[in-house]
Design a protein around this ligand. Structure first.
Ligand SMILES: CC(C)(COP(=O)(O)OP(=O)(O)OC[C@H]1O[C@@H](n2cnc3c(N)ncnc32)[C@H](O)[C@@H]1OP(=O)(O)O)[C@@H](O)C(=O)NCCC(=O)NCCS
Length: 138
């Protein structure tokens, strides 16, 4: 059973380890997540995933980062995080994903996200095009 709760300072080491093990995830400073809408997923006492979102303007939300520990993938953890983040949200949800990140694109499409546009040169290290995806929540 996956439990979801807001993330805090004590969770950052575990979140950094998941991020480090997830090349498809954004590599930001995890301390900055405390300034955003930050959720963690737990299996027992272990943090197995995290999600960071922010509100752009009223009715528009952006997914900034999402990752699940490699040994807990494909068990519904990311879906549970997204469900919790969006359960009380009505509006448009946006995200960018690396064009080569086929697993993440499949994940988002499984939830109803659609490809909206491409942003060439959006990423560096390594350079890559971003796919912008959008979902209408509620
Ligand atoms: C993308 C990611 C967050 C998905 O997390 P997850 O907890 O494994 O996803 P879920 O178990 O909730 O999957 C929900 C659905 O997404 C789709 N999906 C997820 N992983 C998939 C895969 N490897 N292949 C095909 N479809 C997949 C399936 O439809 C799945 O439903 P199902 O298992 O009932 O078939 C995870 O693979 C990850 O951490 N990747 C590295 C970080 C990353 O790329 N983040 C995205 C940043 S934009």
């Amino acid at each position: 059973m996956t439990a979801i709760r807001p993330g805090g300072a004590d969770d950052l080491d575990a979140v950094a380890a998941i991020q480090q093990a997830s090349p498809g995830a954004a590599g930001w400073m995890v301390a900055d997540y405390l300034e955003q809408e930050f959720l963690v997923a737990l299996q027992g006492n272990r943090i197995v995933g995290f999600l960071v979102t922010r509100t752009l303007v009223a009715g528009e939300r952006e997914i900034l980062n999402l990752a699940v520990a490699p040994d807990f993938r494909r068990k519904g953890v990311a879906r549970a995080l997204l469900d919790r983040a969006l359960e009380a949200f009505c509006g448009e949800v946006f995200l960018e994903v690396r064009e080569s990140n086929g697993v993440a694109k499949k994940f988002y499409k499984s939830l109803g996200f659609k490809e909206l546009s491409k942003r060439k040169g959006y990423y560096d290290n390594p350079p890559e095009t971003a796919i912008v995806m959008k979902f209408h929540s509620c």
